[in-house]
Design a protein around this ligand. Structure first.
Ligand code: HEM
Length: 339
């Protein structure tokens, strides 16, 4: 499982139960500064499950209560908000976030890190209503975490979630079926609400992300220094060329599965790290193997859904209609569209 899950899990424990509980937890699982999880690595699922068991003993809270609280935290906390901002900055309601996550999770599966986030199915009650049915089918059976994640999505956008789990895999059903309705909170302020300056900064970061996606190759990869050179040749303004800006832009694309890098290879270091675009369609012969049932259904089995709200905004002074850009815009749309 992705390191972001492990890092935010520990943050959740620290913020909810305090730093001495977190220290006891780290001690109990034998974690040292050298073995602490890193957000850009990948770890065994078993490590998280064992950690949740230990935390349950230390806090005297049931495992499922912890998973639900963590799911809420995972979606609403500032680290996820920052690292996943390329995706989150394009979404403005909890319902849209849920509808986007099938395609966004599918994109994460296309990276070489063997990630397996869940692929949701959806049924729309009506195109205008705030209600939807979300179908969850994951071998991990982390439905309490999903329940919390739906609540966290509502918190992110200043909304309230009303969720009923109608069927559950843990009780023998083939899938978990969640009826979800979002209502605005009166005076509700979501934690994604930004002032004008923050919006401008976010816009600039998105433009940089779009630009990097145009430039990065499909294979072999380029280093940070190569990227700087290419951008200079294209006369991209100096403010976009600063290494920390480029690294942040690359990182934010990597967290949503749009690019890959050598970060998880043994010989990796920052100077030699190479970056390339992840494929955005299931064009690999192995793509789709071992997918859960919801993924294997032909697209027509899914009722038509609202289009994802991915808008490509004006991009510096580069061409608006480059094939790279169109392909990227399609990336998230592909999984939604019935034939
Ligand atoms: C904010 C953008 C999001 C990103 C970048 C993201 C990414 C991820 C990643 C990397 C994993 C771990 C899977 C693995 O490593 O194999 C994961 C798991 C999961 N995600 Fe997301 N996610 C996001 C939003 C959501 C939302 C909005 C929901 C539902 C409301 C959700 C539900 C889940 C669940 C339930 C899991 C647990 C794994 C499982 O059930 O198999 N995620 N997600």
């Amino acid at each position: 499982m992705h390191g972001l899950v492990f890092v935010t899990w520990e943050r959740f424990l620290g913020e909810k139960f305090g730093s001495s509980l977190l220290a006891s937890y780290r001690n109990a699982i034998g974690e040292t500064a050298a073995t602490a999880p890193l957000a850009n690595r990948v770890y065994e699922d078993q490590m998280l499950l064992a950690g949740v068991g230990v935390a349950s003993q230390l806090t005297r809270q049931p495992v499922d209560t912890l998973l639900r609280g963590y799911g809420h935290y995972f979606i609403s906390n500032a680290i996820t908000g920052h690292l996943c901002s390329y995706l989150l900055s394009q979404i403005h309601t909890a319902k849209d976030l849920l509808l986007t996550m099938r395609a966004a999770h599918a994109q994460l599966r296309r990276t070489p890190d063997a990630l397996k986030p869940p692929l949701f199915g959806y049924e729309m009650v009506s195109s205008t209503s705030d209600e939807l049915i979300l179908i969850y089918d994951s071998y991990r059976r982390l439905c309490p975490l999903l329940m919390g994640a739906i609540e966290g999505a509502a918190a992110r956008y200043g909304e309230q979630a009303h969720v009923i789990e109608r069927t559950c895999m843990r009780h023998g059903a083939a899938t978990c079926r969640f009826e979800v309705r979002f209502t605005p909170l009166t005076n509700g302020k979501g934690n994604d609400q930004l002032d004008t300056r923050q919006q401008e900064r976010q816009q600039m970061k998105r433009e940089l992300g779009d630009l990097l996606l145009q430039i990065l190759p499909d294979r072999d990869g380029v280093t940070l220094a190569d990227l700087q050179r290419i951008l200079q040749q294209r006369r991209v303004p100096q403010q976009y060329l600063r290494p920390y800006r480029l690294l942040e832009g690359l990182q934010q694309l990597q967290y949503v599965g749009l690019i890959s890098s050598t970060v998880n290879q043994p010989s990796d270091d920052l100077i030699h790290r190479r970056y390339w675009k992840a494929p955005t369609v299931n064009d690999h012969p192995l793509a789709g193997r071992n997918m859960p049932q919801a993924e294997r259904l032909p697209p027509t089995e899914y009722p038509r859904q609202t289009e994802p709200h991915y808008v490509i905004r004006p991009l510096l002074n580069l061409s608006q209609n480059s094939p790279a850009r169109e392909g990227r815009n399609q990336a998230y749309a592909t999984d939604y569209r019935p034939e």
